[in-house]
Design a protein around this ligand. Structure first.
Ligand code: RNT
Ligand code: ZN
Length: 407
């Protein structure tokens, strides 16, 4: 395939709509996608290779090749990252420290994550972080930061505090902000009488966790809401309304929205502008819910495209932080990570390759015919040729990598 010749054709065709493909490719260089570390091993973590995933989330499937050692894990992650073109971060999770089984969550320190900094420097990546408030005996009764058991609540508060310091360490070492995302599984399976009590406890715990001042140049925290989980179908303490209010009132953290954490017809793409109105930063977990919060591999589907279009139209790529969150154990895990990362990058590219200013102008003039006609016509432009050029520019493989994976 003659990538350069094809790109010339694409450039000419896009130019007819006033779209400067060279400028778009430049812009692509600045937009990172945060690749989650947990598709590679079904969220088992490096603490215990036999560890069980709990907290109302599940990776289904039994594809072979799951890493059995720290070395193998990093090798596989490296391979997956090499298949995703352009600027990247990696989102680590607290159970991915290299100190082994004995170290409890209220004991973790930056030094236990030195391997991640080394890896990030070697691979020219940024790092994000996530406390692990699940897969632990102290989360077994379904509550962590909103637990009525003061010992349990304090244990998880300590975990949250330590995770922020690890985020700060990542930020300092790599010279770019680490986004530390807090998601807790807390909730009730059945009809809940006191919905206020756990939320008051969660507010108190978050105030304690975020009480320590940390320079936002190094670490910014996000809080991730959820509608329901397996075993918490009736009530989730950390709902979307809870966190939206927490963020707006306390201003000590930002919202994280996961594409799978809302009612089936509710989409996060339509929510972004309401946060951006108030200049709020947003963290995203771009995932693919199939009928429920199933965490299928992210693809170039309507909602992923809509999310990126919305960010492009709000010109907010520096305020909206794009992270991934999926775990599918039924296909090759390296390829799954690569597919999700590549599809997300494709969605960003596609969003940038739109005549956004012209569309906005048509809308303001009330020319809705033009708005719809233009939106439909640009769908036929040869986006794939620009994508191929982008992969080439980034020194990343085109599509021949597919042959390397036979499940
Ligand atoms: C769970 C949340 C959360 C987790 C990760 C592993 O429903 O989406 O983001 O998937 O922390
Ligand atoms: Zn998520």
């Amino acid at each position: 395939m003659n990538i350069d010749r094809n790109y010339e054709i694409a450039r000419e065709l896009y130019a007819q709509y006033g779209i400067d493909t060279d400028a778009v490719l430049e812009k692509m260089k600045e937009i990172p996608v945060s690749i989650h570390c947990w598709q590679i091993d079904d969220l088992t973590g490096l603490e215990d290779f036999e560890g069980k995933l709990t907290g109302g989330i599940a990776a289904t499937g039994n594809a072979g090749g799951k890493p059995k050692s720290v070395e193998e894990y990093f090798q596989q992650l490296k391979e997956a990252l090499s298949l995703i073109p352009g600027k990247k971060k990696v989102a680590a999770h607290a159970i991915y420290h290299t100190a082994g089984k004995g170290l409890d969550r209220d004991q973790i320190e930056p030094k236990h994550f030195a391997r991640w900094v080394e890896f990030a420097k070697e691979m020219d990546l940024g790092l994000d972080f996530n406390p692990t408030y699940f897969s632990h005996p102290k989360s077994e009764d379904g509550f962590t930061l909103s637990s009525n058991d003061e010992g349990i609540r304090r244990f998880w508060v300590e975990h949250g505090k330590r995770c922020r310091r690890i985020g700060e360490y990542f930020g300092k070492e790599l010279g770019q902000t680490c986004y530390t995302n807090h998601w807790i599984p807390d909730g009730y399976k059945d009809i809940t009488v006191d919905k206020l009590g756990p939320r008051k406890l969660l507010e108190k715990s978050l105030d304690e966790i975020f009480g320590e001042a940390i320079d936002p140049r190094y670490n910014v925290d996000s809080v991730e809401s959820k509608l329901f989980g397996l075993g918490s179908e009736s009530y989730v303490t950390g709902s979307h309304e809870f966190y939206t209010n927490y963020v707006a009132h306390k201003k000590n953290c930002i919202i994280c929205m996961d594409a799978g954490h809302f009612h089936p017809t509710e989409v996060i793409s339509s929510k972004l502008s309401s946060y951006l109105t108030f200049n709020q930063e947003i963290m995203l977990h771009v995932s693919r819910p199939v009928r429920w919060d199933s965490d299928h591999v992210t693809i170039l589907d309507d909602e992923t495209k809509a999310i990126m279009e919305e960010i492009a139209r709000c010109d907010a790529f520096d305020q909206v932080h794009i992270g991934l969150d999926f775990f599918d154990a039924s296909i090759n895990r390296i390829a799954a990570t690569a597919i999700g990362g590549r599809s997300t990058k494709k969605a960003i590219l596609l969003a940038l390759l739109q005549p956004t200013q012209e569309l906005i102008a048509a809308e303001r003039e009330g020319n809705f015919t033009k708005r719809l006609a233009l939106l439909e016509e640009v769908k036929g432009l040869p986006f794939g040729l620009v994508w191929a050029k982008y992969c080439q520019m980034c020194g990343c493989r085109q599509d021949d990598w597919i042959r390397d994976y036979n499940n």
